[in-house]
Design a protein around this ligand. Structure first.
Ligand code: COI
Length: 358
């Protein structure tokens, strides 16, 4: 179905103020945003309009009880500037899974994809040209009822904003395996892309930073034994020639980049095992000289090389300079996104907007 979006163009573009060679992740936003409201059981007021601040009532339920979910996806361009989306329908599906878990309304998948496509096409000049840079697209939804009793909100707002970005991690990442705090327990909301998961990670991450580590590698909430994810990305280990990544059990975000990477690795003939992996197995592999690579995958991070993992009083230091699989994956996904490598899985689609509607 084709949805009718009301389109109001910004009077003056801010694009000329942006230095594409020095992009800080997530601080600059493109000229336009998409906004829709959920009222009386349906999505209404579908609109693309200039990106701007908005008023929110102090009793807004999202602020008090946390009904807030989001997605992160990237738009890129080919050599002639065609705006390209990467697996947008997967993000629509995942957004709706998060919505169901957080008792929020689902968004019709075709509406989600059309909104992303039209917005990116309109702001295509904001897609940085350098390979590895992208227009980060952030769809999000939050409760809008003005009420301080605890119940699901009856009204919601769905917004999409876009930010030109460079790499999320500019250098190899050091991880601390967490032994005190937990990100998610079985039965909790770990698989949902909900704001609270990120809020809960901030304090342990701050403590890890003080010790010189960039991120937490989360362990399971029951035994502190099995590796979950990193919070900003899913995690992969190359052990003795085989790639291992933790199985999703409801506590781990089902990364779309994780899925993409598993396809690429299989295409390249690599064996990928999806199964529980314990911190003890990791230590044993390291001690036996079999832990060859550790890398994280995520929309923002793409592929982040991990150079060190701290666990209790040990630090596993890896030869990150000489990784092969992680850099190959990064090059492949960036190449597909720039249309320089064949898109054999049909992941790429062009972002479009009907100009006569503008
Ligand atoms: C993403 O990778 O898109 C995320 O949402 C993670 C966040 C740390 C930026």
């Amino acid at each position: 179905m084709n949805y009718d979006f009301n389109i109001t163009l910004s009077k003056e573009s801010r694009l000329s103020t942006v230095d594409f060679d020095n992009l800080v992740f997530g601080k600059i936003f493109s000229d336009h945003m998409f906004v829709a409201d959920y009222v009386d059981g349906q999505w209404t007021n579908l609109e693309i309009r200039p990106t701007a601040t908005m008023e929110v009532h102090p009793a807004n339920m999202a602020w008090h009880y946390g009904q807030s979910i989001f997605e992160g996806m990237k738009a890129t361009r080919d050599d002639i500037g065609t705006p390209l989306l990467f697996r947008p329908e997967m993000h629509a599906v995942r957004m709706n899974k998060s919505a169901v878990r957080m008792c929020m309304p689902e968004i019709p998948e075709d509406m989600f994809v059309q909104a992303v496509s039209n917005l990116v096409a309109l702001d295509k000049a904001w897609i940085p040209p350098a390979q590895g840079s992208a227009l980060y697209v952030r769809p999000f939804m939050f409760a809008t009822d003005e009420y301080v009793g605890v119940r699901p909100s009856e009204t919601y707002r769905f917004i999409i904003i876009c930010a030109p970005v460079g790499p999320y991690y500019a250098k190899p990442v050091k991880l601390k395996a967490e032994e005190t705090y937990v990100r998610a327990a079985v039965g909790g909301v770990g698989e949902a892309k909900t704001a609270g998961n990120y809020a809960a990670s901030l304090y342990p991450a701050m403590l890890a930073k003080k010790e010189g580590y960039d991120q937490i590698m989360w362990l399971d909430a029951k035994e502190f034994k099995f590796i979950q994810e990193v919070g900003t990305m899913n995690i992969f280990f190359l052990i003795d020639g085989k790639v291992v990544t933790p199985a999703t059990d409801g506590t781990i975000l089902k990364g779309i980049t994780r899925d993409t990477m598993m396809h690429i690795m299989k295409d390249k003939g690599l064996e990928v095992e999806v199964r529980p992996i314990s911190i003890d197995e990791l230590l044993q592999a390291y001690d036996a000289g079999k832990l060859q690579e550790v890398f994280g995958t995520g929309t923002a991070a793409v592929v982040a090389i991990v150079s060190d993992i701290k666990y209790k009083d040990r630090v596993l230091s890896l030869d990150a300079e000489n990784y092969v699989v992680g850099p190959m994956l990064k090059e492949t996904i960036n190449g597909i996104r720039a249309k320089k490598i064949a898109d054999t899985h049909g992941w790429i689609q062009e972002a479009t907007i009907e100009l006569q509607a503008v």
